[in-house]
Write a protein of this length. Structure first.
Length: 724
């Protein structure tokens, strides 16, 4: 920064950058001219005068605030903001402002060693010509996590933790006496005790848990959970509290409830499920049908503020890894006391509908009930019964091989669900039937088969009645007379698609000969989207168009401020039907009960904060679930190095192309360096790579033949190469 007196004079641009840095690094200080000259070592009259002129200009540009005739400070209103730091392994870090504005680039040297998810205060840097907007972290307000997961490396005098995905700029130093017996190669959870500062760039920590040796299935799954700050074991105090809960149902409790024990009721779930939180009942009432959507009454057993409730609030959701479920509630509650198991009397919170033959709702009421499920079905069994109704063969889902005794009830439910579904899409709901990757695993947790699970009539039957119940509950609280303020309720909201992304989608699909509306009513846009989805079914570009369309969609989240649910085309929607695995549903149950008893509206701010927490935890759980799928994918392909497969391009980035194998749906990447027949440019707008010399194009959705090159379990990364 210094210069010799009478030496080479500073130019205007260099001096401006020096001034910017000085004020940004000291956002709360006021500098007089004298202090500026001293700090920047300006010792000639021309440079001092240039600095004074520049500060005047920077005040005109709102970068600085003029405090007096000869002093300035950084303009905190326009130049300093608070928000979230997003760290990327490739160094392209960014800052997401709290007001939801556009993310801003933060270079590594300006990151102050902030970690992913940290709350930070940044100062915006003056825009340099032909450069993107940049920000500099000036303060870390709070760390999102104070734990890290990785592999221990123990040397003679010291030890350190090598983290997953190199999330830290430096490895975490661990004093030898804080190792908890850990050895080199052990996977460990480490608590950070000292963060980097101006004085020391070191991160120091202490081992809180040794997970075990790398490669062991349990160790790897626990490592994924710990990496996202998710619990991998249940606190003993909470389990002890669950053990003390009396599962018995007293005659007094039954007398307070509507009794459905003699009405046909069943649960329909995946074949490996244990937590049955919803059941359906059906009975004929004259020319109409009475259908009950019965939901486990978790809030009867889990009291607000109890030790179990506090743990459930913290977790906010169950986490579903490939080979295990990490439940929100202790096992005794989710798999036994609350679970709607067959032939057991259970307490429920229910929405009971009266429907005509076309599934029009003639009447409904919400009530606490007692049920006794007649049968627990797996989706496959119900699908078999529904398919057998379209053919002459009897269903084999009954144990004896004869027709299932409740086949007619299931077929009626299916017929009503189909009417509900058809009406929902006519009303503007968006059709996105996304397939989910699943694995069959052996007793050691090793994947032996990979396949996609598609939705069918059985899954759609349950889905439609759950959607109807959730919508009805939301309307019962949210839909009020004009001029009346609705009581507080956590809604499940989904905003309209990003208009810019929709326009990009429209421009993109035109190239394939499709038309699409991007303006008009919500319904007109969603109907246009559905027409597009139907038109590209079975075509080469189907996957590509579905991917681009999904990117235009907003993420659904929880909020007490209702804006409706765009994807479902519902004005009011909430989550009521899964309180065993989602905390918002438990909140809704409690509020509904209070409101039915005549209580005033609950504190909106308290519930909005809970909604934000639940939305955050849902995202975190999804990331952990995706990582467990990636791990199992790599493990599944480990013994298939050198094998060739037909695949299609499932993603395109500037550093390579992602390919999904058609046979087993495992995804890997062909790095850009392996595309050595040409120099390829990344066309982000058209989702393709284009060769400069030969103009060969790699486009999203294109069929390719790949060879499995590498399977790196530690990085959860599959590398492919294009077959000759």
């Amino acid at each position: 920064m210094s210069k010799k007196k009478g030496g080479k004079r500073l130019n205007k641009r260099a001096l401006q950058e020096m001034l910017q840095t000085l004020f940004q690094q000291n956002p709360n200080e006021t500098f007089s001219f004298k202090q500026v000259f001293k700090a920047l070592k300006l010792d000639t009259h021309p440079t001092k005068m240039m600095a004074v002129d520049l500060m005047e200009e920077m005040a005109w540009d709102d970068f600085l605030s003029k405090v007096s005739d000869n002093s300035y400070r950084l303009n905190l209103k326009t130049q300093v903001q608070e928000g979230t730091f997003i760290r990327k392994a490739n160094g392209k870090n960014s800052f997401q402002p709290d007001d939801g504005g556009t993310p801003v680039f933060v270079s590594e040297r300006n990151s102050l060693f902030a970690m992913n998810g940290d709350r930070v205060r940044v100062a915006y840097m003056a825009r340099r010509e032909k450069h993107i907007k940049e920000a500099m972290v000036v303060e870390i307000l709070s760390h999102k996590r104070d734990q890290a997961v990785g592999k221990l490396k123990v040397e003679k005098d010291y030890a350190f933790l090598v983290t997953e995905g190199n999330i830290f700029v430096h490895d975490v130093l661990i004093p030898k006496k804080k190792l908890k017996g850990g050895k080199t190669g052990d996977k460990a959870v480490v608590k950070i005790t000292q963060w980097p500062s101006k004085d020391s760039k070191n991160i120091v920590g202490e081992v809180v848990d040794i997970l075990g040796k790398e490669g062991d299935n349990n160790v790897e799954m626990h490592a994924i959970l710990a990496q996202y700050g998710l619990p991998y074991k249940y606190p003993k105090a909470v389990e002890d509290a669950a053990e003390k809960i009396d599962p018995g149902i007293t005659p007094q409790e039954i007398s307070r409830r509507e009794d459905f024990r003699d009405v046909f009721t069943c649960t329909i779930d995946p074949k490996d499920a244990k937590d049955f939180d919803d059941a359906l009942s059906i009975q004929k009432k004259g020319k109409l049908w009475e259908v009950g959507v019965h939901i486990a009454d978790v809030s009867h057993y889990v009291k607000e503020g109890s030790v179990i409730d506090k743990e459930a609030t913290k977790r906010a959701t169950s986490v579903y890894l490939v080979d295990r479920t990490i439940p929100m509630l202790p096992e005794r509650l989710c798999n036994f006391i609350c679970s709607l198991r067959p032939d057991e009397e259970k307490l429920c919170y229910s929405v009971i509908f009266t429907l005509d033959e076309e599934a029009n709702v003639k009447d409904y009421h919400i009530a606490h009930t007692v049920i006794k499920s007649n049968r627990r079905y797996a989706y496959e069994e119900v699908q078999d019964i529904l398919e057998s109704s379209n053919s002459s063969k009897p269903s084999k889902s009954s144990k004896s091989g004869s027709e299932d005794p409740y086949a007619n009830e299931l077929r009626t439910l299916d017929k009503l669900a189909k009417c509900l579904r058809e009406r929902r899409f006519k009303g503007g709901a968006v059709k996105f039937d996304r397939e989910e990757l699943h694995f069959d695993i052996d007793e050691k947790g090793k994947p032996i088969r990979a396949y996609f699970k598609k939705s069918n009539d059985a899954t759609q039957l349950i889905e439609e009645f759950m959607l109807l119940a959730n919508r009805t509950v939301a309307e019962s609280v949210g839909r009020v007379k004009k001029g009346v303020k609705a009581k507080t309720l956590p809604y499940r909201i989904h905003d309209q698609p990003d208009p810019t992304k929709l326009e990009t989608l429209r421009e993109f699909v035109v190239k394939f000969g499709y038309k699409m509306k991007t303006s008009g009513t919500k319904g007109a846009i969603s109907k246009s989207l559905n027409t597009l989805m139907d038109s590209c079914q079975g075509k080469k570009e189907q996957k590509l168009i579905e991917t681009v369309a999904l990117r235009a969609m907003m993420k659904a989240k929880y909020s007490t401020h209702n804006i409706g649910h765009y994807g479902l085309a519902f004005e009011y929607y909430t989550h009521f039907t899964s309180p065993i695995r989602r905390y918002p549903d438990t909140m809704v149950h409690r509020l509904l009960t209070k409101y039915q008893d005549g209580a005033r509206s609950a504190n909106q701010q308290k519930y909005e904060e809970l909604c934000e927490h639940c939305s955050d935890m849902e995202q975190t759980a999804q990331m952990a679930e995706r990582d467990s799928i990636k791990y199992k994918m790599v493990e599944f392909m480990e013994d298939k190095i050198g094998n060739e497969y037909d695949a299609h391009i499932s993603g395109i980035q500037s550093y390579g192309i992602y390919c999904e194998i058609d046979e087993n749906h495992c995804e890997g990447m062909v790095p850009m360096r392996d595309l050595d027949d040409d120099y390829y440019d990344f066309d982000e707008r058209n989702y393709c790579l284009v060769g400069r010399r030969h103009h060969h194009k790699y486009q999203l959705g294109d069929p390719v033949r790949i060879k499995v090159a590498r399977a790196n379990l530690e990085k959860r990364q599959l590398d492919f190469m294009l077959a000759e």
